[in-house]
Design a protein around this ligand. Structure first.
Ligand code: 5GP
Ligand code: MG
Length: 189
């Protein structure tokens, strides 16, 4: 797995420093308020679990699952696989947490959906932000790190389902996704 990584962008220590900084901002914004952290599965599960353990204030946790179609490195249409229960949304202040803000379609879609289902407010917090890739106008309220236009994996982020368990964020070697794309073409998918 390590051999598939071209270079490490953020190691474990740097990640935790970034999360500490964002956690302080989230605490300042939500202290004294009732709120729910809504982790976007699957990619944000690692970030969300490190983040909530650095928020020493009352909060609830919920999950939403969204995916862009396909295993490729280009985002497609957003599909919401499941929402939190109605009572976890209606009238609640939500903080949507995702792994990476890329084109912006996922968070834009989820924020609107949650507001239309009756959320009192929807804030957004992302681990990584790739502003150069935005296709809809959308900015996160909180973010740990900005990244250049590279396909990154690790710390929850996958390629074709793998690499989520790497403890750091790295850029995938281009041969790896070329190999994967060729395999997909051969199998006709
Ligand atoms: P958006 O809807 O903002 O284009 O994309 C959000 C989703 O696309 C992320 O939650 C993530 O699943 C995927 N994504 C975007 N850029 C990357 C990347 O560099 N690496 C990985 N592994 N996933 C990405
Ligand atoms: Mg995702």
């Amino acid at each position: 797995m390590q051999d598939d990584i071209d270079r490490v962008l953020f190691d474990e220590a740097e990640i935790l420093r970034g999360i500490d900084r964002v956690a302080a901002e989230v605490v300042a914004a939500y202290e004294g308020k009732e709120f729910t952290v809504v982790s976007v599965l699957k990619g944000s599960c690692v970030f969300a679990s490190d983040l909530i353990r650095r928020l020493p204030i009352p909060l609830e946790l919920a999950f939403v699952a969204a995916s862009s179609y396909g295993d490729r490195t280009e985002g497609g249409d957003v599909k919401v696989n499941f929402f939190p229960a109605e009572k976890e949304i209606a009238g609640r202040s939500l903080l949507l947490v995702d792994d990476i803000l890329d084109t912006g379609r996922t968070l834009h879609c989820l924020k609107n959906e949650l507001l239309s289902r009756g959320a009192a407010s929807v804030g957004t917090c992302v681990f990584l932000d790739k502003p150069s890739r935005r296709s809809v106008e959308f900015e996160a309220d909180f973010r740990c790190f900005e990244v250049e236009n590279l396909f990154v994996v690790g710390y929850g982020l996958d390629f074709a389902g793998r690499y989520r368990n790497l403890p750091y964020v790295g850029a995938l070697r281009s041969e790896v996704y070329e190999r994967e794309l060729q395999a997909a073409e051969r199998s006709g998918s």
